[in-house]
Design a protein around this ligand. Structure first.
Ligand SMILES: *Cc1c(COP(=O)(O)O)cnc(C)c1O
Length: 222
């Protein structure tokens, strides 16, 4: 049997309502939680209705793909880079994105700082933490997070706004969200980018200030 036809605008409103409900349920203002709609690998037919429904914040995991998709309709949008960034793409990333969530190593911090200086504009920055210490995953490990945040600030003049994590797929995410919150708090960082389609309500309970939701809004990726 075929899957029922997807209606992204409907799914988008559902996700937005779930975010509001999850926030209220733990005594938070729903306005404190930003929905980053992850449009990577989605066909335009899935994205267009969500844009038409009023969504303005989108997440992409590849620089080139994001530029192809959004370059001609960039106006009024807030675009987040949520995928790994090679330092040789720092120029494009600084020029194109409003937020870069994958700052995780010294070489990249240096490249971003140089581009910010050159271009006279700075994306908002999140340090990615590999809370599960998974070898295949990007992010600074928790034991090195404090030192890396300090390095970003003192050596490169970068002012990260928060932390981002992607918990291991096969573990309950709560402890990872709690750990990210703890690292953020002791480093004076207010932003917590955590929670995806399967766990954004949990993430909100643990203090997420932005959730990155793809398939629950747009449907399964192609
Ligand atoms: C793809 C992706 C998401 C969205 O995942 P869904 O499960 O489709 O919601 C969120 N965060 C990152 C870093 C991603 O790469």
């Amino acid at each position: 049997m075929d899957a029922p036809p997807q209606d992204p605008a409907h799914a988008y409103h559902e996700v937005a309502a779930k975010i509001a409900r999850a926030a209220k349920a733990c005594g938070r203002d729903p306005g404190e939680v930003t929905l980053v709609a992850v449009s990577k690998q989605q066909p335009w037919e899935a994205i267009e209705p969500v844009l038409a429904a009023g969504q303005r914040v989108f997440g992409e995991n590849r620089v080139q793909e994001a530029m192809q998709r959004w370059e001609d309709r960039r106006e009024g949008l807030t675009l987040h880079l949520i995928g790994p960034l090679q330092s040789n793409k720092a120029r494009e990333a600084v020029a194109f994105f409003d937020v870069v969530e994958s700052l995780d190593r010294e070489k990249l911090a240096r490249a971003l700082a140089e581009e910010i200086q050159k271009q006279g504009k700075a994306p908002r920055l999140y340090v990615q933490v590999n809370t599960g210490e998974e070898p295949q995953k990007a992010g600074v490990i928790p034991g090195e997070a404090d030192a890396f945040i300090a390095l970003c600030r003192t050596s490169f003049g970068l002012q990260p706004e928060g932390l981002m994590c992607i918990p291991p797929a096969e573990e309950p995410p709560g402890p990872h969200f709690a750990l990210l919150g703890k690292i953020a708090a002791r480093n004076g960082l207010a932003g917590l980018s955590m929670g995806m389609s399967g766990d954004f309500e949990t993430a909100i309970r643990f203090g997420a200030t932005s959730v990155r939701v793809g398939s629950a809004v747009f449907g399964a990726r192609g």
